[in-house]
Write a protein that binds this ligand. Structure first.
Ligand SMILES: Cc1ncc(COP(=O)(O)O)c(C=O)c1O
Ligand SMILES: N[C@@H](CCCC[NH3+])C(=O)O
Length: 441
């Protein structure tokens, strides 16, 4: 397994993250456990900012909070001076709970509700990223009723098929997201909004997908947006303040992954932007999620049962699975792992890591080399910072694991482990069933 961030093997042969021995973390906080490496989260943010500062392009950086959003994470993002992309009332609420300045938050989503739009306006987010015509008129009505002038961006679908898993492509023409370019919807929307008394168009947004290694896809998308901007300037005299080109930068889950360094990607983007806007340049916003947080997360599990089918496969089951990490089942995602309590031992055996859910597809890793494993060993799966906790569920009524933030030998719980009581907390029993339910909650 790669050792990301501050991860290392200590003198006891244990995996250590943020100066904390992972075997002690499990003793103290229980299993399974999400461990987040604060120093590495901040390092990634600073590295991205630094890469942007090397260019003459006026970059601004945002964090796509869908990747991992908790109150403590919002505090870190705030301290590092990033903008925050939220995509739901819940993500916005979390940011507000963290006292994140609303004027550094902007609101995405392809089906925002009236309540969500109202909440975004009430808090005073800097932009609402309008996704489609229905939302456009709905937002305009709300703004009129409330006597507000609302700054917006348009999400544009540039018609780019990024080379990544189909489920995480978002920039292709046949997509639920954004105003389509090729059919003229985007131009139509601009023309419409420029006549609005309550909505002010500030710019454009496009996000072509996630876990993208091919920087060329970004170039194609940017060029299409530049063409749109050129047309809007000529046809409507409109020039954007902001051009948000999204996130999607790939990370290294396994040794087979070969993403370009962020510096190369930012440099490539800068060159296109400089060429495209020689005189006047909009602010260029980047909004990665995975690249910021993915490699900073490790999930610790305890190994339970095992099943060996001769000449076929050896299954090793852990005390979590698709409920805490649905990405293998959803996207055929690949992960690496090691035994956190015997990290120095030779990984000679090819095994498969299964979860404990009642699904054959509940697998975390199909093929991984580990030392001979015993029940009670601890397994560390790396690179689980993005879209693991944020996509976790209570399938099979499994309580979600705790999330611990580690840094320089300190470990703080930033999300408590759920209990069985948490799981049944919202259950109600109709009175006609009460008699049969003596032990009801
Ligand atoms: C609009 C938007 N912005 C940003 C992101 C973050 O993507 P990633 O985590 O791949 O950087 C996503 C998710 O794909 C997204 O849909
Ligand atoms: N959830 C996806 C990323 C895309 C989500 C944002 N549009 C993943 O885990 O890879």
């Amino acid at each position: 397994m790669f050792l990301h961030g501050t991860s290392k093997i200590n003198n006891h042969g244990h995996l250590e993250i943020g100066g904390c021995d992972t075997t002690q973390l499990i003793q103290q906080f229980g299993s399974p456990l999400y461990v987040m490496d604060e120093a590495n989260i901040r390092k990634q943010m600073r590295r991205l900012k630094h890469a942007c500062e090397q260019s003459s392009v006026p970059f601004r950086v945002a964090y796509a909070s869908k990747a991992f959003n908790t109150v403590a994470m919002c505090r870190i993002v705030e301290e590092e001076g990033f903008l925050l992309d939220v995509v739901s009332g819940g993500e916005l609420y979390t940011a507000m709970k963290a006292d994140f300045p609303a004027d550094r938050v902007y609101f995405h989503g392809n089906n925002k509700s009236i309540d969500e739009l109202n909440e975004a306006i009430s808090h005073g987010v800097c932009y609402i990223v309008v996704d489609n015509f229905i939302e456009l008129t709905m937002l305009e009505d709300i703004a009129k009723q409330r006597g507000k002038i609302v700054p917006i961006l348009f999400r544009i679908t540039p018609g780019v098929e990024a080379h990544t898993h189909n489920f995480v492509q978002t920039g292709q023409e046949d997509s639920k997201f954004g105003f389509d370019l090729s059919s003229g919807q985007a131009d139509q929307a601009v023309q419409y909004v420029l006549g609005s008394s309550h909505l002010v168009l500030k710019g454009f947004h496009s996000h072509i997908g996630s876990q993208i290694f091919d920087a060329n896809a970004f170039a194609v998308a940017i060029n299409r947006l530049v063409e749109l901007i050129g047309r809007c300037h000529v046809n409507f005299g409109f020039f954007p303040t902001v051009l948000n080109i999204g996130g999607g930068f790939g990370i290294r889950y396994t040794s087979k992954d070969t993403p370009q360094p962020i510096e190369t990607i930012v440099k490539g983007i800068s060159e296109i932007i400089e060429k495209s806007f020689p005189d006047q340049c909009p602010e260029i916003w980047l909004e990665p999620g995975r690249w910021i947080i993915g490699e900073s997360g490790t999930t610790l599990y305890t190994i339970g049962t095992m099943k060996e089918i001769p000449n076929i496969r050896k299954y090793i089951a852990v005390d979590g699975g698709l409920a805490d990490n649905p990405r293998t089942a959803l996207y055929d995602a690949k992960y690496e792992a090691l035994l956190a309590n015997r990290a120095n031992e030779e990984a000679g055996e090819l095994v498969s890591i299964a979860g404990k859910c009642c699904e054959s597809g509940d697998m975390l890793i199909w093929d991984v080399h580990l030392p001979p494993v015993k029940s009670g060993d601890l397994l560390a799966v790396s690179c689980t910072g993005a879209y693991n906790y944020s996509m976790a569920s209570n399938y099979n009524r499994l309580p979600r694991p705790a999330v611990v933030l580690v840094n320089e030998g300190e470990a703080d719980v930033i999300v408590e482990r759920e209990t069985y009581q948490d799981i049944t907390k919202k259950d109600k029993v109709p009175s006609r069933l009460l008699k049969q339910c003596a032990n009801h909650i």
